[in-house]
Design a protein around this ligand. Sequence first.
Ligand code: 4AD
Ligand code: MG
Length: 467
Amino acid sequence: MYKSRIRIVDLLKADKYDVPVTVKGWVRTRRGSKSVSFIALNDGSTIKNIQIVADLDKFSDELIKKITTGACISVKGTLVKSPGAGQNVEVQAEQIDILGLCGDDYPMQKKGQSFEYMRKYAHMRLRTNTFGAVFRIRHNMAIAIHKYFHEHGFYYFNTPLITASDAEGAGQMFQVTTLDLKNIKKTPDGSVDYSDDFFATPTNLTVSGQLEGELGATALGAIYTFGPTFRAENSNTPRHLAEFWMIEPEIAFMDKTELMDLEEDFIKYCVKWALDNCKDDLEFLNKMIDHTLIETLQSVISNDFVRLPYTEGIKILEEAVKNGKKFEFPLTGWGMDLSSEHERYLVEEHFGRPVIMTDYPKEIKAFYMKKNADGKTMQGTDVLFPRIGEIIGGSVREEDYGKLVDEIHARGMKESSYEWYLDTRRFGSCPHAGFGLGFERLILFVTGMQNIRDVIPFPRTPGNAAF
Ligand code: 4AD
Ligand code: MG
């Protein structure tokens, strides 16, 4: 596949020396003396660079001057054992061709630039060590996810991105329309006439594939989705994106305990995959971003997650406040929606390990969750993680047609928009459950990065859709 070159990741594994090689990549640095230049070359296949040694009696000054940070070059030479410290092998250059010069206004040439600065150059930041590591890990996590579900009998099921329903009932949707916004036709009662719109009805980008996923699960037994998700929530936080990727497994005949077991087993598998398959990148991030990263990942896979009913969680938080703990967002007691600082207190300070919180007040959860016999709580099973807060949102689903319709009415939702969904409860309804994992939140956790905008190549946030 790589006939015209050898990838640096493969070159560094070589056990034969004094063989001819061709490497191609982008220059990280060039340093040297009057007689020799050392070029650190990276091709994206690994965090590691290959050292190119260019004897200056073989190359003109003019050529060497063009080999600046960011330039793209092709090197033919000999792979030799390196006498220097820091690398086992290096390439003794015979021929160097400049494939692409790099202007001296290259925005990524300085070391130690802030992530905020680099976000302005999201198209160029991909070439840096940190972003290379992050996106190789992101790829590996996607592979781990598909592998886990395939091995456990789930079918990959694709749900639509354009939909006419609001899966979460939270109204944070991006509208999709081909109507001319400068010239909107109105119906006699003054509302927008959608008969001329592409789908002849109001549509939006999906906030979750779950509802269609439930149709898949109640036919194929167990499915998972893995696709883009869109939320027009105006939350400028380091954990929210307007366009993010979600993984949503949905399983027939699964109860709450099995669901929690699945959430825990799945996420541990992904974290272990990273530790086993992304060693070099994790070691780099451990050194540069978070010195406790690898230790934190190991601790997550070696400890049982705590399983904690919401009501117990509130008691622990109230106790903490009594003992002097100060939260930025005040605790207002049972019924409140916890903020990520409360979640992180439970995970990081109180228990010191991930928590699966269960049985939430129904007012703060979505309409589709199964209600408990107390009439007040629902069988949600969110997973709360150190540094992240909520990483998974999940629940057992309400399978009873009557109860589900009542809930839809009680929330003022339009029953007619959910007819097809309700059919699952009318034709051979079955107990079932599922969850959604925010892919970028998983990547945040696994890489130790601090801001969700730095774990997706081209982030979409309020006021920002560049690149
Ligand atoms: O908790 P959420 O809203 O749950 C659902 O959408 C369910 N339909 C999932 C299911 O049961 N099938 O979202 C699930 C996860 C959250 O826990 C979080 O990790 C992530 O999706 N998430 C976001 N990630 C980035 N940016 C946002 N704006 C996010 N909103 C949710
Ligand atoms: Mg949630």
